[in-house]
Write a protein that binds this ligand. Structure first.
Ligand SMILES: Nc1ncnc2c1ncn2[C@@H]1O[C@H](COP(=O)(O)OP(=O)(O)OP(=O)(O)O)[C@@H](O)[C@H]1O
Length: 234
């Protein structure tokens, strides 16, 4: 993949919410959403609270349906380009497996699974051998300052910050062409914020296309190649 290749093209996307508890009132949140994300850049969604940043990220990941327009992911993988605005759920799941990762702020804890397995799992699911997956998980946990004594324990009892770092390790471990970042540095201390900024830089150098939300102004300035003002799509 060359660095200028367009990985994500969002064209004329609209989003409305129908408020069923308010007599079906329609809330028009976004219209004429148009932007692209290229390989090797981190594009940040900016704009005031309520502008629709999370809604855009959720539509790209396929969690929210779009009311119109297209969201084409063309990651150069075997499955070809997919329009996530209209793709059936199986194609969305295939796109997630082959092309698109999502790093949120919160870890969904699976009971009784040790932290190192939680982190290694995305690699195992994609056919990486157990030893290599474990080594790479260990390296990331070390980079994120999770002490080795915690690796064999399930993260359910970890502190909030420890859980968040396990989640970041899990989100960054797979080598996918597109990565969605939903406030991955929120409530991290400055040392770990720096680690996440480094992880983003590593992904950029590998040509990964990234689209994210970062409320922390300092982090945003450090990671953003471009900031898109979502308020322009009101
Ligand atoms: N599932 C939903 N049902 C109804 N309204 C929703 C839903 N999700 C979002 N909205 C509304 O859409 C608008 C945009 O919300 P969104 O969460 O995308 O904004 P945001 O820019 O990410 O805000 P913040 O920075 O506060 O997280 C808001 O007015 C919100 O109330």
């Amino acid at each position: 993949m060359t660095m200028t290749q367009t990985v994500l093209s969002v064209s004329d996307v609209e989003k409305n919410f129908t408020m069923h508890l308010q007599g079906g009132t329609r809330l028009n949140v976004l219209r004429n959403v148009n932007f692209e994300v290229h390989a090797g850049e981190c594009v940040v969604l900016g704009g005031a609270s309520g502008a629709g940043k999370s809604s855009i990220l959720k539509m790209v990941y396929g969690n929210y349906a779009a009311a119109g327009g297209s969201i084409v992911l063309d990651a150069g993988t075997a499955g070809g380009a997919v329009d996530l605005a209209i793709a059936d759920p199986r194609r969305v799941l295939a796109a997630r497996r082959d092309s698109m990762g999502y790093v949120s702020q919160f870890l969904r804890c699976v009971p009784r699974v040790p932290a190192i397995s939680v982190v290694a799992e995305p690699l195992l699911e994609r056919g990486v051998g157990a030893d290599e997956a474990r080594d790479r998980a260990a390296a990331l946990l070390t980079q994120l300052g999770i002490p080795e004594r915690l690796w064999t324990l399930p993260p359910a009892t970890f502190s909030g910050g420890e859980q968040q770092r396990v989640n970041i390790a899990r989100g960054f471990i797979a080598e996918l062409p597109m990565l969605l970042l939903d406030e991955p540095t929120a409530s991290l201390d400055s040392r770990n914020r720096d680690v996440v900024v480094d992880l983003i830089a590593e992904k950029r150098a590998k040509g990964v296309a990234m689209l994210g939300i970062f409320h922390d102004v300092e982090v945003r300035e450090r990671v953003a190649d471009r900031i898109i003002d979502v308020e322009a799509f009101a």
